[in-house]
Ligand binder design. Structure first.
Ligand code: NAG
Ligand code: NAG
Ligand code: NAG
Ligand code: NAG
Length: 243
């Protein structure tokens, strides 16, 4: 009797823990963000800073990159940004897509910024062609920036920069905080090669099959959740054996 009820308690606790853990370690693979054509993106990444996520598909045939950047503004009237820096790896030179909210609950508004210095944030044209730019509000105050950009033909990676901003005043964005995470939110986004997403089906990839992003590599970007589930199962097995 006693062992039965303690088994039930352990099972209940284990199930509860496996259910709530995604809230603490959210990963892009649970976000269900779709392209403008309502199809899944090829790959998603849990970006290494600022609780931000990138869903993307690269089409090597016409070197176009479709992305959905997910982040949570730090306050109700705040902004998020995702950028490509064609000339460097930091903020200066970034060609940025910014989604800002002018008031709590208001629909996010999109602007583009050609960032030429740390001191001036001025709207501007971008250095590359882009289309399908739109913003979307998700639950939990999260915002998604969708866009497709033309990557120079032959480039196998781009420098990406992202940010969660400060406040918004009269439609203008204020400076972002200077915490370590705000200063380290850059990375190289590989489009082709060993750690890139699998080649698009039907796309005439010029990469030899052996080098195209293998399933193992593409999969490693989204294994966090599976790992969480496996740990839950292990904990479950463990608790049964302990009893
Ligand atoms: C590339 O192809 C995609 C999918 O067919 C299309 O949406 C996009 O407009 C094309 N991009 C360019 C730069 O032609
Ligand atoms: C971005 O700003 C710099 C400096 O003002 C300028 O040289 C460059 O042409 C601008 N880019 C575009 C696409 O307008
Ligand atoms: C907005 O941000 C600026 C710069 O950080 C700050 O000086 C100002 O007080 C902020 N305004 C509000 C309303 O939070
Ligand atoms: C990639 O772009 C080409 C040219 O627009 C298009 O024919 C092809 O369908 C696209 N591939 C995917 C997977 O969208």
């Amino acid at each position: 009797m006693a062992s039965h009820s303690s088994l039930l308690i352990v099972l209940a606790v284990t199930c509860f823990v496996s259910l709530i853990s995604p809230a603490f370690s959210q990963t892009c693979s649970t976000q269900n963000v779709l392209t403008t054509q309502k199809t899944p993106f090829q790959t998603c990444l849990d970006l290494p800073a600022l609780d931000s996520y990138l869903h993307y598909t690269y089409n090597a045939t016409n070197s176009s990159l479709s992305v959905a950047f997910v982040a949570t503004p730090s306050r109700p009237t705040g902004w998020i940004a995702w950028a490509i820096n064609p000339t460097g790896s930091g903020m200066v030179g970034s060609q940025a897509f910014v989604a800002l909210r002018s008031g709590p609950g208001e629909a996010p508004v999109l602007k583009t910024y050609n960032i030429t210095s740390y001191s001036s944030l001025v709207e501007g044209r971008l250095a590359f062609h882009f289309w399908d730019l739109r913003a979307e509000a998700l639950s939990g105050n999260r915002v998604v920036i969708h866009t497709s950009v033309k990557v120079p033909a032959g480039e196998d990676s781009v420098n990406q920069v992202w940010q969660i901003g400060g406040n918004v005043t009269n439609g203008r964005i204020g400076v972002h905080p200077f915490a370590p995470a705000n200063l380290g939110s850059t990375s190289v986004l590989r489009l082709t090669g060993s750690d890139a997403p699998a080649a698009a089906p039907g796309g005439a990839s010029t990469t030899p099959p052996g080098q195209a992003g293998g399933p193992g590599n593409a999969g490693s970007m989204t294994t966090n959740v599976n790992l969480g589930v496996s740990l839950g199962v292990l904990a479950l097995l463990g608790s049964i054996f302990v009893l």
